[in-house]
Write a protein that binds this ligand. Sequence first.
Ligand code: ZN
Length: 333
Amino acid sequence: MSYVSRANPAKLELHHHLEGAAPPAFIRGLAKEKHMDISGIFDAQGAYKYVDFWDFLKVYEAATSTLQSPEDYARLTRAVLEESAKSGVIYCETFLSPDFCGGRDVGAWREYLLAMREAAEAAERDMGITLRGIVTAIRHFGPDKARQTAVCAAETVGDFIVGFGLAGDETSGAPADFKWSFDCAREAGLHLTAHAGEWGGPESVRAVLADLGVSRVGHGVRAIEDLALVDQLAEQGVVLEVCPGSNVALGVYPSLRKHPIGELYRRGVKVTISTDDPPFFHTTMQAEYAGLHAAFDWDDGVFAEITQTALDAAFCDADTKTKLRKRLETAHD
Ligand SMILES: [Zn+2]
């Protein structure tokens, strides 16, 4: 079955954290099975609740503490893809962290990966949504652990693991500290992305481009504070994985109308649209589209262009892109 329709167009999502997309009801169920009491992280309606970014990190950590085995991750993958498919997502790249899946041990990581991959293949058959993984180092865990993560990525590169990235606290350390890991991933044939320009300013975007050689930047929106950098992004065709709802929920911008995605798009920067950690930010891909339509009067033509940008920038192989292109062409017939 497919949820795609004229009112719910086919979407591609490039910036998405698997654990961060865990539906609250799924996490509550898992906690109950394991006799863990994490009831404090939910509000009366059962949604995740937090007051600021630091509290958000604590809630996130408590929620993800329930995920402890390959089987848990297989079930998580299924639950997450069901939610994405409802929003019309036909292709999703999700960040996966060997830190949480086997403690950066390559053998354990392979077991987690196999479980997630089988769940993703079943979801593809059942719901028409394709998943690919970007192995992600956690910046505030430091460069040594990032090296082990890069080795996990290099050992499992293929048609499912297609990229390597850097997430976590943007203010911790410098991108150059992670150069070895990114070189290792690049040599293994992985595509590269890094979070920057969300909490850090334009200089953080310049640093991941210069020091890590990424082709995409996670967020990157604070580039707007330096118009020479905006011109550079446009000229070089650097793709930004923009997560408007996430930025508003965490207070990077006060509202969607004040969000720089409209200005970045007008200035020719290749922007894409993603949800980041959707239930934590009370968003979905459908909600992002509706919000951007309301804030910037974007029409179907703009969204089709952005979908094309996401397809071109996707890290999957050419065969997968060809299949996705056909699906986009025929999605609304
Ligand atoms: Zn992110």
